[in-house]
Design a protein around this ligand. Structure first.
Ligand code: NAD
Length: 320
């Protein structure tokens, strides 16, 4: 049994990762700004929620992070806490404090422990530019990062810092670069609209997804499998991997939703152009590194999302 510390564990990824770790018999300590359980309640039983240890801790306050690590003594760290694209755009200084300084605080705290835990952290496909910046085809680990947002620039900075922490302090790390992750609990950020559209269709509310171009969709459970596989079996290195999935434009996403939830098309529309991030992700290297992680396609991912959302709607607890 491993003891895994999950930063930002009350958020979307954190909830699915906590579920995966608990179901595999591991111990979970979450650090976050406050103990918000609404996403845990979507996919965890009350007994499972009771088993999650919680510590209030701001990652951008390095002394507090260090104290927490000393008390928890984790075997591995999954670092998810951070601000998303809109927050970094409206307040880049705070964005850098949380996403860059906060990530350095995590690596510093890991380096200060006698048994240095590996750090598995969320980077993002936002390290890449838009489709117009690349000749053709998919972008992957060998492609040139060209972030078009402060958020992407901060994520790229943390990847470089991760490499330095391995060369200077032997901290093993894996950075994962997902693009549009969907599923229950996804409620914030630029690419949250497709998931919120599923909730709106169930509640029979009109909803517009404000981009129409293609993007790569990955289901939350597959993301949780990747983070936990890396945390439990870290490489003797600092690695960064681009994460793949199903490439769909928004009309094709709405068509998939209509198949899974007949009538959804009446409520969900799309507008606007492409997202400012390249649309097609090549994850050949990631698949080689984690061959046992199962790909979860859009049909299965949407079916699971709809089931969870319908149960929430029956209890009057589904929000768009
Ligand atoms: N959701 C996606 O599709 C996606 C895609 C690529 C990368 N990512 C990255 O993955 C990570 C997790 O994403 P998510 O969708 O779970 O985000 P989320 O917003 O649902 O969760 C982030 C959590 O971090 C916490 N947090 C924020 N600032 C903090 C601070 N200063 N100290 C401690 N905790 C703080 C929040 O309270 C929240 O619980 C983020 O770093 C995000 O940038 C997400």
């Amino acid at each position: 049994m491993a003891h895994v510390l999950v930063t930002g564990g009350c958020g979307f990824f954190g909830s699915w990762i906590a579920q995966k770790l608990l179901h595999s018999g591991h111990r979970v300590t979450v650090i976050d700004l406050e103990r918000v359980t609404k996403r845990w309640e979507m996919i965890l039983s009350p007994e499972e929620i009771e088993r999650i240890a919680f510590v209030t801790c701001r990652i951008d306050e390095p002394e507090g992070v260090k104290d927490t690590f000393t008390r928890v003594q984790p075997d591995a760290v999954i670092h998810l806490a951070g601000m998303q694209v809109p927050g970094c755009r409206s307040n880049p200084i705070l964005g850098a404090r949380v996403n860059v300084i906060g990530t350095l605080a995590i690596f510093e705290a890991a380096a200060a422990l006698a048994k240095k835990p590996p750090v598995i952290y969320a980077s993002s496909a936002a390290v890449f530019g838009s489709d117009a910046d690349y000749d053709s085809g998919a972008v992957g680990d060998a492609s040139l990062p060209l972030p078009g947002t402060h958020y992407g620039a901060f994520k790229l900075c943390t990847e470089h810092c991760g490499r330095v922490y391995f060369s200077e302090k032997r901290i093993r790390s894996v950075g994962l670069r997902p693009l549009t992750v969907y599923g229950p609990g996804r409620d914030a950020g630029m690419t949250s609209f497709p998931t919120r559209a599923v909730a709106a269709a169930i509640l029979k509310q009109k909803f517009d997804i404000p981009f129409s171009g293609p993007t790569t969709y990955t289901f939350a459970e597959e993301i949780a499998d990747l983070f936990t596989a890396a945390a439990l079996n870290p490489p003797e290195a600092a690695r960064v991997y681009t994460v793949g999935g199903d490439v769909l434009d928004t009309p094709a996403f709405i068509a998939e939703l209509e198949k899974a939830l007949p009538g959804a098309r009446t409520f969900v529309t799309c507008s606007g152009g492409p997202l400012p991030v390249a649309s097609r992700m090549d994850d050949a290297e990631l698949r080689r590194a984690f061959p046992n992680v199962r790909r979860i396609g859009i049909t299965e991912g949407l079916a699971t999302t709809i089931n969870v959302f319908k149960r929430l709607a029956e209890r009057g607890r589904l929000e768009v």
